[in-house]
Write a protein that binds this ligand. Structure first.
Ligand SMILES: [Zn+2]
Length: 265
């Protein structure tokens, strides 16, 4: 089976976790929730924690890596795939070195080639992934702050993509957040606005055959699914039905990504 299956357990500043089924094996992308919440949400689509042998991390901010998992990863012998530049921080956070599989530009998971793309973002940067089975190619990127050229160069020929769409610019400007927080989010070190994310998706869609567009990390205070729906209807109408908007509090639907085959929801 070369298809990929994917769902988001939840995404936002209070926690991020997704599951991707690669050649029949479930892989966790980020682990920002408690164990209890994670197990409960996994059950939505019939997945058990015992089925997870690999975790890949985009970066180690608390909403993507909850240190409560460190002991469990060690006891269960779960491999945690971390970019080499993030390893010291992971160890400081309490992750045992024996759990860590460090990578630089590429890793292999259950027969799939996974390209790792390092994006400049705060001190250590964040990692985007492109998962390749023999027939299917899926990109994942979040917490970017800006759309770097290497994302546009590398995220091509995709069958599906998950990308952050954090805030509506007007809601952000009008919010009662401190100016320092607003500028930290919007100055290229924080998150992508809906407009920035859409522009990237439009570019990627022109070089891909996207079956699924999954939007991640929506701000609770400064975004709304309806604004995003309107934006896509107005600007990318032919792909509107492919868009899945994730939220913080519940699982997304289960998406099946197959090359040149109609997907099932
Ligand atoms: Zn985050």
């Amino acid at each position: 089976m070369n298809n990929l299956e994917f769902f988001v357990l939840g995404s936002g500043s209070s926690g991020n976790c997704s599951l991707l089924r690669v050649n029949g094996n479930w892989v966790m992308i980020d682990c920002g929730f408690s164990m209890k919440q994670t197990k409960e949400r996994m059950r939505t689509h019939g997945v058990q924690l015992e089925q997870i042998q690999d975790v890949v991390l985009t970066h180690l901010d608390r909403d993507h890596f909850n240190p409560v998992w460190c002991r469990s990863f060690l006891l269960r012998g779960i491999r945690v795939h971390i970019h080499e530049s993030h390893v010291p921080r992971a160890i400081r956070a309490g992750l045992d070195a024996s759990c860590i599989c460090a990578f630089k530009n590429q890793l292999e998971l259950h027969g799939a080639d996974v390209e790792a793309v390092h994006f400049a973002h705060d001190v250590l940067g964040t990692i985007g992934f492109i998962f390749n089975t023999s027939s299917t190619r899926f990109g994942f990127a979040t917490d970017l702050g800006r759309v770097p050229q290497n994302l546009l160069d590398r995220f091509v020929n995709l069958d599906g993509i998950a990308l952050e769409s954090n805030y509506d610019s007007t809601m952000q400007e009008m919010s009662n957040r401190p100016e320092s927080l607003k500028s930290r989010i919007m100055d290229g070190e924080g998150h992508l606005s809906n407009e920035q994310s859409l522009a990237a998706i439009c570019h990627i869609a022109s070089k891909s055959d996207l079956q699924h567009i999954v939007l991640l990390h929506l701000s609770r205070q400064c975004n709304s699914p309806q604004i995003i729906r309107d934006l896509y209807q107005d600007n990318l109408a032919h792909l509107y039905k492919s868009v899945t908007i994730t939220c913080q509090d519940r699982c997304s639907r289960l998406l099946s990504i197959a090359n040149n085959v109609e997907s099932t929801a």
